[in-house]
Design a binder for this molecule. Structure first.
Ligand code: HEC
Length: 123
């Protein structure tokens, strides 16, 4: 079974043809760690932390995709910052492979044509 066959059997409204096993694993990690309890993704979720549907582009993914993914991985791995007065993200003790899968997931999500949604970069 291919990655996409059991996820999007019908419809063409997402870039399902670009789904890879890494993207699927990243999505599962997103669910397992309940990232959505603090973040929105494509406008859905909680409003404690930044929108992440566009985080790949905000980290420079248009100009340097590989660099953006490395930066996202490093960012997640280096939390919490402990900076006073700043909201904190827990450390999830993810492996390098898991971080890479999440970065692939963020690249995939960023490339969905949402027709400009959410209207602000910050979600
Ligand atoms: C308890 C709340 C919480 C959870 C759960 C959480 N985060 Fe965060 N996250 C934050 C906060 C707060 C920030 C912003 C911190 C800052 O800017 O100093 C953040 C920022 C980020 C950023 C950087 C966003 C940017 O625009 O700079 C990424 C990437 C990220 N989180 C990924 C994840 C992933 C992946 C998960 C799940 C594995 C997750 N987060 C779960 C609170 C959370």
């Amino acid at each position: 079974m291919t990655a996409q066959s059991h996820i999007y059997a019908v419809g063409k409204s997402t870039n399902a043809d670009k789904l890879t096993e890494a993207v699927v694993r990243g999505k599962r990690l997103w669910e397992k760690h309940a990232c959505v309890n603090c973040h929105t993704i494509l406008g859905e979720g909680a409003y404690f932390a930044p929108e992440l549907g566009n985080v790949f582009f905000r980290f420079g993914g248009r100009e340097d995709p590989a660099g953006a993914k490395e930066a996202i991985k490093a960012w997640i791995a280096s939390q919490p910052t402990g900076i006073e007065g700043r909201r904190q993200m827990p450390n999830f003790h993810l492996t390098d492979a898991e971080l890479a899968d999440l970065a692939e997931f963020f690249e995939w999500v960023a490339k969905i044509d949402t027709q400009g949604w959410p209207p602000k970069d910050s979600g």
